[in-house]
Design a protein around this ligand. Structure first.
Ligand SMILES: C[S@@+](CC[C@H](N)C(=O)[O-])C[C@H]1O[C@@H](n2cnc3c(N)ncnc32)[C@H](O)[C@@H]1O
Length: 347
């Protein structure tokens, strides 16, 4: 999995448990990013739809959510990966933009990306392997980058991992079927069929994923856009239509309320962070449109309590969530009995 801001890596065990306790058979992950949460639901046997505005997220979704790992020929994928691995490098767009003009990767690895990406486009565009191969390339490149995890800037000196040889990684497909969609959550939610469980994990602040991960966006689109600035971001990263209403304090609350209204689901789970624009009361207000609401609080990796207080590991109440902590909220809303059952599964 790639390094990704706001990724729910540490909350996966809890979200899986909540998913299971909800009894859902169908699920929607509307801001799927790395697809981690969608994958967790798929592993529990749910039929999952994953969506996001980013092209790389769509690519991950086509790989891990849409494909049934048991019905495709994984040997064929392994052969394709071995053939791509053996290609000699090419000094192309990626090398020039992201290794010479800007220094996100060492040129020897950039040349490998150019060669492999060109071959994927030429030989696999119409193959079921197209997205798994792209995913494999992104996974390999992410391991040898020279950033702190976002592509707003690169490190002054090379990160030590960037000296390693880029290696394609087996994407490890999952059994089961699903769907991957690219689009604005506010738009696509109107056309999606009803699901048992919807998970929302919108951006928490003004930092835009489109600019933070512009290299993955360009690598998937392979449209070789002009770039600007020291970071060599895509020119269209400046366009107004690339701005998400979830990235602005002015529009966030209204956009989320609209989305929650338009959802067609029995149970909703929403992730949010206490360092963001919406208060706990705002979240309660917005979520209450979907029925009974409970909020769980997590102090980064650690569960610290629900709205009734903070608990220690033995389940004893030890206080209230501290105001200054960076707390991840998980808001659960829906039919009271289901919400209570989900809550009970965590304690
Ligand atoms: C907090 S991240 C989600 C992280 C994800 N749950 C994970 O674990 O990897 C927010 C995601 O929302 C996406 N996004 C931003 N605005 C959006 C919009 N209007 N519609 C759909 N997705 C959007 C971003 O591309 C980003 O992947």
């Amino acid at each position: 999995m790639i390094k990704y801001l706001g990724s729910k890596r540490t909350l996966i065990p809890v979200l899986s448990q909540l998913g299971q306790a909800s009894g859902a058979k169908t699920a929607l992950d509307l801001f799927t990013g790395t697809t981690r949460v969608a994958q967790a639901f798929k592993k529990q046997g749910m039929t999952v739809t994953a969506s996001d505005v980013a092209s790389y997220a769509e690519c991950f979704g086509k790989t891990w959510i849409e494909l049934d790992g048991e019905s495709v020929n994984q040997g064929e994928l392994a052969e394709a990966l071995a053939e791509l691995e053996s290609l000699p490098g090419i000094d192309g767009y990626f090398t020039q933009k992201f290794c010479v003009e800007a220094r996100y990767f060492q040129p020897k690895n950039g040349e490998r990306v150019d060669a492999i990406r060109e071959r994927i486009e030429a030989d696999y565009r119409d193959s079921w392997m197209y997205y798994p191969l792209l995913t494999s390339l992104i996974l390999g490149a992410d391991r040898v980058d020279s950033t702190t995890g976002i592509q707003m800037a690169f490190l002054k000196g090379w990160a030590s991992r960037s000296g390693n040889r880029l290696e394609l990684r087996d994407p490890e497909l999952l059994p089961g079927v699903g769907r991957s969609i690219r689009g604005d959550a506010l738009e696509i939610v109107k056309d999606l069929p009803a699901v048992d469980l919807a998970y929302l994990d919108p951006p928490y602040n003004q930092h835009r994923y489109f600019s933070n991960y512009h290299i993955w966006e360009s690598l998937v689109r392979w449209d070789k856009p002009d770039t600007y600035g020291i970071a060599n971001k895509r020119l269209d990263a400046r366009d107004a239509e690339m701005k998400s209403p979830f990235n602005s304090k002015k529009t966030m609350s209204k956009a989320l309320a609209q989305l929650v209204d338009d959802l067609k689901c029995d149970t909703m789970v929403l992730s949010y962070n206490n360092e963001s624009w919406l208060s706990r009361d705002d979240l309660m207000d917005i979520a209450s449109k979907r029925g009974h609401v409970e909020i769980l609080d997590f102090d980064f990796k650690r569960y610290v309590g629900s709205q009734i207080g903070v608990f220690n590991k033995a389940g004893e109440r030890v206080g209230n969530p501290g105001a200054k902590r960076n707390i991840e909220h998980i808001v659960i809303a829906g039919e009271k009995q289901t919400v209570k059952r989900m809550l009970a599964s965590i304690k």
